[in-house]
Ligand binder design. Structure first.
Ligand SMILES: C[S@@+](CC[C@H](N)C(=O)[O-])C[C@H]1O[C@@H](n2cnc3c(N)ncnc32)[C@H](O)[C@@H]1O
Length: 453
């Protein structure tokens, strides 16, 4: 990465975005914005580089707590300045506004120093700064993060911890992430204070071995309080804290707790009528469920659903594995519209390609997985030719001759005969058999591979 020595920054060209925004020719070359992380008392923790940046700053922006803690070091007797001649701006709730002010001052050649908590690149101001200032004009001097300090105080390793910072009081996403983790740290705030985190976890029937509220870390009045989940929920805590949670006996914090009703269930093989379809033309729920299993979907990659029909396989794959890029290839206009509607109703990201396979697949990226729900052996051959190493194809057929042709190419064949139960008028249940479907998959044997893994 290109780096900037602040001492020679005046020789750097004006960043394009900055030049365009300023509208005027600057009288001084643009200055570097130093972002100084503070954790605890600056007198003991700020190094020479940070002190020099503060001493030469012509504008200081900072959080209220950070500006207060600079008293003495920068402003006042100890610093040798009156302090009154350094303009100071408090960063309020609108961090973007503060970043714009810093950007504008730096364009005018003003030496800017921003003082913020911990590591500015970790849930900090760097994310906003890089939107308005070329990175070459930023110098980041991090302190240990509050999370690092919290785990240090508890003498716990934390490379396996989930760290969440609930935004704008919206706790549900964070709670979901916490419940999946074995260890978690929550950066709390007035919108989501420790007690709100506690209430949500109690409501979610989370289980923990340990909870600690870590406040004012690095300051003389630092506190690390180990509590139970109930105390966390009912207490009153410093809203600017780190809450550390450790799951029961190394298990996820969800423990043996109940169902998170706000989370989408992991479900596939949904009923046929969950999808709009053309008169019974749908990959039936039972076949879909097995086909998705045989596809052994990876976390990422490319899936083609060829002859997608109403797109039910593509939609279920997209919901199960949102990291996969999914193409649904279909030639009938009405089905193309159904796929789009079905994907939208599930919030699934499916790219619909209208056209006749195999030609319609020509411009697509090579697949890691292919489901062939429609099309002949020529579709299968062209998919095989494009399949990435280690890839898998699953194809369904109703005709035996095609199915055996597919089995010869792919190596595996099974026939699925599903019978659905229906209550009859006499109170008993009758089974109604659906047409058998042949399912071929490969090219390698999944069972063989799993057994050898
Ligand atoms: C916007 S985040 C910034 C995190 C920061 N970049 C870091 O690395 O710690 C602010 C949150 O950090 C936590 N925090 C910052 N300073 C802290 C301290 N001294 N003690 C406890 N928590 C602190 C609080 O959860 C606070 O709401």
């Amino acid at each position: 990465m290109e780096t900037v020595d602040p001492k020679v920054s005046s020789s750097l060209p004006m960043p394009d975005a900055a030049a365009a925004d300023s509208g005027a020719t600057p009288t001084r070359p643009p200055g570097v914005v130093t972002v100084l992380g503070l954790m605890g008392q600056p007198r003991q923790t700020v190094g020479d580089e940070g002190r020099a940046a503060l001493a030469s700053a012509e504008l200081i922006l900072g959080g209220r707590r950070e500006l207060e803690s600079l008293q003495g070091l920068v402003f006042g007797a100890e610093s040798g300045t009156s302090g009154h001649d350094i303009p100071t701006v408090e960063i309020g709730d609108d961090a973007d506004d503060a970043c714009r002010r810093a950007a504008s001052a730096s364009r005018d050649g003003v030496a800017v120093c921003m003082v913020v908590p911990g590591d500015p690149g970790f849930f900090g101001i760097v994310a906003s700064l890089v939107r308005v200032i070329d990175r070459r004009y930023l110098r980041i001097l991090p302190a240990p993060s509050s999370v690092s300090l919290a785990f240090a105080r508890l003498a716990l390793p934390w490379e396996d911890a989930a760290v969440v910072c609930p935004q704008g009081g919206r706790l549900s996403d964070s709670i979901r992430a916490i419940r999946l983790a074995r260890k978690a740290a929550v950066l709390t705030s007035p919108a989501s204070p420790p007690e709100a985190v506690g209430r949500s976890l109690v409501a979610a029937r989370a289980a923990v071995d340990m909870v600690a509220v870590c406040s004012r870390l690095g300051h003389p009045d630092e506190s690390v309080t180990v509590v139970g989940l109930h105390e966390l929920a009912t207490g009153t805590w410093d809203p600017f804290s780190v809450v550390v949670l450790v799951g029961p006996a190394g298990r996820p914090i969800a423990g043996w707790g109940g169902v998170d009703s706000s989370a989408k269930p992991l479900a596939w093989g949904l009923p046929d009528n969950a999808y709009a379809h053309r008169d019974g033309v749908v990959t039936e729920a039972e076949i879909r469920a097995v086909a998705l299993g045989k596809l052994a979907l990876p976390a990422a990659g490319v899936l083609w659903d060829v002859g997608a029909g109403n797109g039910s396989v593509a939609v279920e794959a997209a919901v199960l594995c949102p990291g996969i890029t999914i193409f649904a290839i279909e030639e009938r206009d009405a089905d193309v519209m159904r796929i789009t509607a079905n994907a939208a109703s599930f919030g699934a990201d499916v790219r619909v390609v209208r056209g006749h396979a195999p030609e319609a697949c020509e411009g697509l990226p090579d697949p890691d997985r292919v489901f062939v729900g429609g099309g002949g052996l020529d579709v299968l051959d062209s998919a095989l030719a494009r399949l990435r190493p280690g890839g898998r194809i699953v194809a369904t057929f109703s005709a035996l001759d095609r199915a055996t042709g597919a089995a010869e190419r792919l190596g595996n064949l099974t026939q699925i005969s599903a019978s659905r139960g229906h209550p009859s008028s006499d109170g008993s249940w009758r089974l109604v058999a659906a047409d058998p479907v042949f399912l071929a998959w490969g090219p390698e044997s999944h069972e063989h591979r799993v057994a050898n893994d």
